[in-house]
Design a protein around this ligand. Structure first.
Ligand code: TRH
Length: 377
């Protein structure tokens, strides 16, 4: 009999919570033969990532996953063999009673936020709270041995390699988005929160000797793009040229197409958690807009990642990369960092691929979860 898995997701904001849990659910079902239910409290946010969702339904099957509305009050449901509370969300009390009522207690995990900080290695796998006799454990994704790893579907890197080695596949994909895949043009994708530093980067791109095509999926950064362009009301399909820079607004595409967009670009600006990881699997230099936290706690996370990521870079490439990232995350002047990045572009591009392969040599997160469960029963 298939093991049953319940994944609980509260959508706090944006798309990361549902983006991560939807990806995990699909991988558990497709690659590990698990029977997965995904409980989501906001089907409208989910609809952005999975347009096939019918927001009126309490239960529906999508891509082999039973997608369930997490309603309040809670409608009784049997507890699964493995219960994942994503990002420290609190489970319905009645569901926890159902976990405690099982003959064999479920494996109950808190799937935490991704961080490169050292302390998570010590905390991964530790017991958390208990409900009656049912123990909850911490599960930390991460970049280092001793963590839960990163979400990575089987064959993902092979798919990427086949795509980039086939200019026609890239061309067809870009043309499908209304983007001409002109040779010699630098392609950059831009997915970020509001950022006052953007104008200085776009200024630099507009006067760069090499033309740039900036591809911007509709979202929060668009306001700053419009302000710089001096235009309002831009929507998917819009195209504006300023000097050497062409800005194109794209629709918000399905997750698989977002991967292809990242694979099609020379640089990728990403944010949050899931797009950040996908850009690493793209093997191209990335610019991370980290999710802002109170007391600037996010800046410690940013620095922790930089320490790991920049290992092995020459001093100038490391300084360039760090300066570029720090400017982006403090709304600073992007021009000096960008200039330095271009001076070290080749090394940074080779390094991005090396980092990708090194991370891909570790067990992926879904497989790590399944192994944990198999060792636990
Ligand atoms: O949307 P995010 O900012 O999400 C989050 C949330 O803010 C969350 O509360 C916070 O805790 C977390 O970040 C760290 O960024 P993220 O994580 O990159 O999620 C975006 C998702 O949207 C990701 O799955 C990729 C997907 N996506 C598409 O599918 N198509 C697109 O066109 C784009 C731009 C993104």
């Amino acid at each position: 009999m298939k093991a049953t898995w319940d994944i609980f997701c509260t959508v706090v904001d944006n798309f990361g919570d549902i983006g991560v849990t939807w990806r995990l659910a699909r991988q558990l079902a497709a690659e590990h033969d698990c029977a997965v239910r995904l409980w989501v409290d906001d089907l409208r946010a989910f609809e952005h990532l999975c347009p096939a969702i019918d927001v009126a339904l309490d239960r529906q099957t999508q891509r082999g996953i039973e997608v369930c509305r997490w309603s309040t009050p809670w409608a009784a449901a049997q507890a699964a063999d493995v219960v994942i509370a994503a990002f420290a969300c609190s489970l319905p009390h009645a569901y926890m009673e159902a976990m405690a009522a099982r003959d064999k207690a479920p494996l109950w995990l808190n799937l935490d936020y991704l961080s490169a900080e050292e302390w998570i290695v010590g905390c991964h796998g530790l017991p958390s709270v208990k409900f009656r006799q049912v123990q909850k454990y911490f599960f930390f994704p991460g970049f280092q041995a001793g963590t839960g790893g990163l979400l990575r579907e089987a064959g993902l890197l092979e798919q990427r390699r086949a795509f980039v080695q086939d200019p026609r596949a890239r061309g067809d994909f870009l043309r499908g988005l209304g983007v001409e895949p002109t040779d010699g043009v630098r392609f950059i994708s831009l997915f970020a929160y509001e950022n006052e530093g953007l104008a200085s980067w776009l200024d630099a791109l507009a006067i760069d000797p090499r033309p740039t095509r900036l591809l911007v999926p509709e979202g929060r950064i668009l306001g700053d793009v419009q302000q710089w362009l001096g235009r309002a009301g831009l929507a998917a399909g819009a195209r504006e040229v300023r000097g050497q820079l062409t800005v194109q607004v794209l629709p918000f595409v399905p997750q698989e197409d977002y991967d292809r967009l990242l694979w099609s670009c020379d640089f990728n600006a990403v944010r949050g958690e899931d797009s950040f990881v996908r850009a690493q699997w793209a093997g191209r230099p990335l610019l991370w807009h980290i999710y802002r936290q109170d007391d600037d706690a996010h800046l410690d996370k940013l620095e922790a990642f930089l320490v790991l990521y920049t290992q092995g870079l020459s001093a100038p490439a490391k300084a360039a990369f760090e300066g570029w990232w720090r400017a982006w995350n403090t709304a600073g002047d992007m021009a000096p960092g960008w200039k330095a990045v271009l001076e070290n572009e080749r090394e940074l591009t080779e390094h991005a691929e090396r980092w990708c392969l090194e991370q891909a040599s570790r067990t992926d997160l879904a497989t790590a979860l399944v192994k944990l469960y198999l060792n636990w029963i």
